[in-house]
Each structure stands twice: as C-alpha cells, then as structure tokens.
Design a protein. Structure first.
Length: 135
C-alpha cells in the first residue's frame, strides 16, 4: 500500500488533527513522521522553513499545530513561528532542537513558541506535548 505525502494510506483511519512537520534532516523527518502516524496524526512534511511557510500560506486553516526544528539552513524555526503567527495567531508551534542553548526564553516568547523539546524526543514526551496543544 503506497503512503501519500500527508503520511497516511487511504485504508487507514483518518485522524482529525493535522501537523506541519518541518526539519531539514530527512532521517529526522522520516522518524518523526513515523511516530506521528503511529500516534494517529495526519501530517505534511517539509524539508525547509521556506517550503513550510509556502505550504502554510496556501492552507493556513489546514493545520492544528506546527512541529519544527530550530536550526535549518534557510529559515530558523523561531523565524518560521513568527511568520506563521503573522498569518494565523492561534496556531501552536512546538520547537524541537538538539541545541536548546541556541535560543533564549525571551526569543521563544517573542516568536510565539508554545513549547521547546530537546532532541532526541521520546515518544511519550512528544505524545503528551501534541495532546496538550492540539486539543
């Protein structure tokens, strides 16, 4: 059975919550996508902040949450958060980073980020965080 771009097959039960997953590391996107799918979320995966912003601009009401890496080549996760919040203020943004020392609490607040998770993120922590902000 072939999986489509938004991370579920036609025969799967279609979950109601939709996540925009953003990371420039393909392996991380694949692993996180697998976890999201197993937790029952639909998702769109983008490999850059710029591509994620384009997707979000085309479908701003399609997503319930944005899950983004911090350090990416073309646009940082905090900058992406600011951009999507300028389009839709109520969208929760969860930042995932292997370098939590690269962002201050003040920057998190200003960018409108609701949570910062440190890589590697356990399935339990991710699940609790998503439930908290998607419901």
């Amino acid at each position: 059975m072939q999986e489509n771009r938004i991370g579920y097959t036609l025969h799967d039960r279609m979950p109601t919550k939709r996540i925009l997953l953003v990371d420039d590391d393909e392996l991380i996107r694949e692993m996180m996508g697998g976890t999201l799918k197993s937790l029952g979320y639909r998702f769109v995966s983008e490999g850059s902040g710029v591509d994620a912003l384009k997707t979000f601009k085309r479908h701003p009401d399609h997503f319930d949450l944005i899950l983004t890496d911090l350090l990416m080549v073309d646009m940082t996760g905090d900058r992406l958060s600011e951009q999507v919040k300028s389009i839709r203020r109520d969208i929760p943004v969860v930042l995932i980073t292997g370098s939590p020392d690269q962002i201050t609490r003040e920057r998190v607040r200003v960018a409108g980020i609701c949570e910062v998770l440190e890589k590697p993120v356990s399935r339990i922590v991710l699940s609790r965080t998503l439930r908290r902000f998607c419901n």
